[in-house]
Design a protein around this ligand. Sequence first.
Ligand SMILES: CC(C)(COP(=O)(O)OP(=O)(O)OC[C@H]1O[C@@H](n2cnc3c(N)ncnc32)[C@H](O[C@H]2O[C@H](COP(=O)(O)OP(=O)(O)OP(=O)(O)O)[C@@H](O)[C@H]2O)[C@@H]1O)[C@@H](O)C(=O)NCCC(=O)NCCS
Ligand SMILES: Nc1ncnc2[nH]cnc12
Length: 277
Amino acid sequence: MRALKLHELSLADRLADNAVDALIDEADLSPKPALVDRRGNGAHSDLHLGLMHASALSLWPMFKEMAEAAIEFGEVGLPLREALGRIGREGEQAMLTTTHGVNTHRGAIWALGLLTAAAVLAPRAVTLTAAKLALLNDRYAPQPMSHGAQVAQRYGARGAREEAQLGFPSVVQRGLPQLHRSRQQNAGEQNARLDALLAIMTDLGDTCVLYRAGPEGLHAMQTGAQAVLDAGGSATLAGRRQLHELDLQLLALNASPGGAADLLAACLFIDRLDGAF
Ligand SMILES: CC(C)(COP(=O)(O)OP(=O)(O)OC[C@H]1O[C@@H](n2cnc3c(N)ncnc32)[C@H](O[C@H]2O[C@H](COP(=O)(O)OP(=O)(O)OP(=O)(O)O)[C@@H](O)[C@H]2O)[C@@H]1O)[C@@H](O)C(=O)NCCC(=O)NCCS
Ligand SMILES: Nc1ncnc2[nH]cnc12
């Protein structure tokens, strides 16, 4: 049978491929501090790499449906926002069925879902358009006392919702510039991605870390990530030593930067967007 060429796939197909590839590349990237990677489960007892892959693949139809909804509605507005909310909730159910109830990618569904729709509407202004969608209030969204909501109440933390509503500052101001800088310095692609993750961690109010390890854990994540970059980044021996220290410290605190991992996937998605059009 003749293989399909890239341009014969629909835009929705290509964006769904891009989103799932970003999730798989994030999961595979190693060594990530306290996160699931090729080495092991990090700070998680209920996650492993195979589950992260299965979860990512289970989300492909959801990302395609989100892109198709954006094509159908054609503009930022409440009808599209509420369609994305419904599709996202169904996607979460598909994820939970695949993982037998483990939350692998809730934050990623939110961030990459908004970015996928935004990439259809305004490929040159993706984060701004995603922010406009995130600012609209989905009347059908349940208001559970999520981990994010609990730490927002306890510490006044800015979580996944605000990150999107502000246009993903951790991605635009930290992750993507570091990814490009490290590539320019010939760090190698895997080291450049690790550096991008670390740059996101230096400033993020990651509600996963706050929920599991409180402000002490968040401080350890932010200062430890900065120390790796200050030592020269993941491509250098001194940076690798600091990265190992950070891994040990976060594991001891049970502090998994799951929010930062999702935002690295968002970086990789945006970085590859040119190839999807
Ligand atoms: C608006 C929502 C994002 C809901 O947000 P909220 O903060 O209320 O809910 P949470 O359930 O806490 O999920 C937010 C997830 O976002 C990631 N995250 C954390 N901090 C940030 C941040 N500062 N910026 C961006 N993203 C962030 C994070 O996801 C990752 O961690 C997950 C594991 O977390 P958790 O469940 O807490 O897990 P553990 O500690 O491991 O649990 P136990 O071991 O104790 O069991 C993992 O999934 C990563 O993805 C946060 O978890 C949005 O979700 C929403 O409204 N959804 C409804 C439907 C919808 O509209 N969908 C999208 C349409 S486009
Ligand atoms: N690699 C990873 N490990 C743990 N939690 C995550 N959430 C998203 N990616 C993750």
